[in-house]
Design a protein around this ligand. Structure first.
Ligand code: HAM
Length: 421
């Protein structure tokens, strides 16, 4: 029997894994530098958490959740996103009692039962940040800047930010009523799915790829914003201009999750095609209450790792050493393996990265592998001409080779100048 991975998932290894790790480490370091501390939440949560917050009528909740019942009959769901779990954790751990702004970042897998295609997977990964506790537009500006900074950090060219305000519970109901009416009068122009959800969730029409021409003729949320939402949106735009952040106003941007209030934004990449959003986010002032907590305003974003890696510029040199190996140990005869493994342990304890070749293949092939790993040194043990307890130490940069005792070997390597020093 041959097993295959589930549709819409991937195995990540080799060069792609190295690029992934590099990007994730650089972005984590960047977010920490910006004052955001890491948070890790469970990969599954109660189904109700997502139904209540992401929205009963959204595609995510109606069609895309991986939901299962545990042995005690509880309904659990693999997280389709991480904003609701972070807010759940914030409230459950009483972090709101400290006051001020709590800044978190996270990185990890999310799960959505969506139709897989380029840039869209069933298990995908996000790196995201949430700033909880401030109602003002300045923190929205910080979040937009922070999101753009992820891509700056990795050498992307300047990217486009699309910005909108989706209103709040004071102004959105009136807008939804007007929109529902407009949709009812144009139901013959809508696709089947949109005609069906026009009454329950009229805003979703703006996410529909098939209803393009109708969208242009519909009333827009921006004309229905209440005073507070209008002024928040205006001040945010002024701040972004002051920060020299270029953005495009997109009144059709509504985002596929119901918890948003006021600010909504996306960062898009021209090379991504239909799934062109690298990153999405916005403000969600009602989410804390939806999670059973007090009223706490918040704003954040999540960036898709797969889409980021697909579009990430490659380093100019193109050369990379997969694991950054310092020392590659060639074991020409298995009888010397114990001594080599002991040496490898000493070298690792002293901070070197060491690979021991235990493949049993020819000495020549192992030495070839040492070069392929980009190792600085090869330690060659187990050749017939070597006295017991000795090894040949080869500097793969200069080609120099000397015979040394195993005990000397570690000292010689430690004394050599570090790569790039
Ligand atoms: P989202 O727009 O659903 O927002 O997802 C954010 C990003 O995750 C997308 O822009 C995309 O790059 C990536 N993504 C989403 N679905 C998939 C998929 N099926 N396959 C590959 N990549 C995908 C959220 O998840 C919100 N929690 C963002 C947020 C944080 N809002 C406030 N704070």
């Amino acid at each position: 029997m041959k097993f295959t991975r589930p549709r819409g998932t991937s195995d990540i290894f080799g060069e792609r894994m190295e690029r992934w790790r590099e990007a994730e480490l650089a972005l984590s370091a960047y977010l920490r530098r910006c004052g955001y501390g890491e948070i890790r939440t469970p990969v599954f949560e109660s189904t109700e958490l997502f139904a209540r917050t992401v929205g009963e009528a959204t595609d995510i909740v109606t069609k895309e959740m991986y939901t299962f019942t545990d042995k005690k009959g509880r309904s659990l769901t693999l997280r389709p996103e991480n904003t609701a779990p972070v807010m759940r954790a914030y409230i459950e751990n009483g972090l709101h009692r400290a006051g001020g702004i709590s800044r978190f970042y996270y990185a990890g897998p999310m799960f959505r039962y969506d139709r897989p295609q380029a840039g869209r997977y069933r298990q995908f990964h996000q790196i995201g940040a949430e700033a909880i506790g401030s109602p003002g537009p300045a923190i929205d500006a910080e979040i937009v800047d922070l999101a753009l900074g992820l891509y700056r950090e990795l050498g992307f060219p300047p990217l486009e930010v699309r910005l909108n305000s989706v209103g709040c519970p004071d102004c959105r109901p009136a807008y939804k009523a007007v929109l529902s009416e407009a949709l009812a009068s144009r139901s013959s122009e809508l696709c089947g799915a949109c005609a069906g959800r026009a009454a329950a969730n009229p805003l979703r029409v703006f996410d529909c790829k098939e209803c393009g021409p109708v969208k242009e003729k519909l009333p827009l949320i921006t004309a229905y914003l209440c005073g507070a939402c209008r002024s928040h949106f205006d001040v945010l735009q002024r701040m972004l201009e002051e920060m020299e952040i270029r953005f495009t106003l997109d009144p059709l941007l509504v985002r596929g999750l119901d918890y948003y209030t006021k600010t909504a934004f996306e960062i898009v990449h021209p090379e991504l095609g239909a799934q062109n959003a690298l990153c999405g986010g916005g403000r969600y002032d009602g989410l804390a209450e939806d999670c059973g907590g007090p009223r706490v305003p918040a704003v954040g974003f999540s960036a898709g790792m797969e889409r980021l890696l697909e579009t990430m510029p490659r380093p100019a040199s193109g050369a990379r050493t997969p694991a950054g190996t310092d020392v590659y140990c060639v074991v020409a005869d298995e009888a010397s393996a114990g001594a080599v493994l002991a040496l490898a342990r000493r070298l690792r304890e002293a901070g070197s990265s060491v690979v021991v070749d235990l493949s049993g293949r020819s000495f020549k092939k192992q030495l070839g592998a040492a070069s392929a790993h980009g190792a600085r040194f090869a330690v060659i043990a187990g050749l017939a001409e070597l006295a017991p307890g000795t090894a040949a130490l080869k500097d793969l940069e200069t080609g120099d080779q000397t015979v040394v005792t195993m005990a000397e070997c570690a000292g010689r390597i430690a004394a050599a100048p570090r790569r790039g020093a």
